[in-house]
Design a protein around this ligand. Structure first.
Ligand SMILES: *Cc1c(COP(=O)(O)O)cnc(C)c1O
Length: 231
């Protein structure tokens, strides 16, 4: 078995165990394989092992990699996104995890609308208010969701967050719990057309805690593909 196949098997087992600990159906948790900086060959290898969802952070990299791979893959955009780059990924991704402002949402709405399609999105929340991270504040979340609900080519499916870095995954747990509570709040607001079925939270170091707290999408990169080397 290759390294990626082995890691994938291990991660799937850990997902199932975390779901069991959280009293959840493991089928509710989907793995997003974060393939940023990794070659198409690595993605193809994971795909051959049954992994179907891949997460990319950079527009340039996504549009270069995608044509090298089969059509059956499902691509998620998870990185910070500039409005002027939306057009390049319009119709090419199945979910954008990182919508955090109305101006960006309007551009997504415009570009998907031009294709006669609608784009599924998650609203990224910056719970810790770290300046280096994207995301709307918890306080502004419901107001933003109300605005997004007005856009005809955008469908709000849930929330995403990236907690501050902790060596101990338990440090991230309160942020995961808070995201779940925020989703409950949005749900209670009963905004027409808005679904809160997805919680995108948890990465290589803390996905198990995230699953115990309700994650439906975990974004795992280095634990699957190995350390990233930036150049
Ligand atoms: C890179 C990245 C990940 C994956 O991080 P790992 O620690 O390698 O699992 C997840 N989410 C986002 C938004 C990322 O940018």
């Amino acid at each position: 078995m290759g390294e990626i196949a082995e890691h994938l098997k291990e991660i799937r087992e850990r997902i199932a165990q975390a779901a069991a600990r959280g009293g959840r159906d493991p089928e509710e948790v989907r793995l997003v394989a974060v393939s940023k900086t990794k070659p198409a060959a690595a993605v193809a290898e994971a795909f051959a092992c049954g992994q179907t969802i891949f997460g990319e952070n950079y527009v340039q990299e996504l549009v270069a990699k995608q044509p090298e791979l089969p059509g059956g893959l499902c691509w998620h955009f998870i990185g910070s996104l500039q409005s002027n780059k939306v057009r390049q990924i319009a119709g090419k991704v199945d979910l954008i995890h990182s919508v955090d402002r109305l101006s960006l949402a309007r551009e997504i709405d415009r570009q998907w609308g031009a294709l006669g399609k609608a784009c599924d999105i998650l609203v990224q929340v910056n719970i810790s208010r770290e300046e280096t991270k994207g995301g709307t504040s918890s306080e502004e979340l419901i107001g933003l969701v109300r605005e997004l609900a007005q856009l005809p080519h955008l469908r709000v499916k849930g929330l995403m967050t990236m907690p501050p870095f902790f060596d101990d995954p338990e440090g991230a747990r309160p942020y995961f719990r808070k995201l779940r509570e925020l989703a409950d709040e949005v749900r209670r607001a009963g905004i027409p057309g808005v679904e809160m079925r997805e919680l995108s939270m948890g990465m290589s170091g803390d996905f198990e805690a995230a699953i115990e707290e309700g994650a439906t999408l975990v974004r795992v990169g280095s634990a699957l593909f190995g350390e990233r080397h930036y150049h």
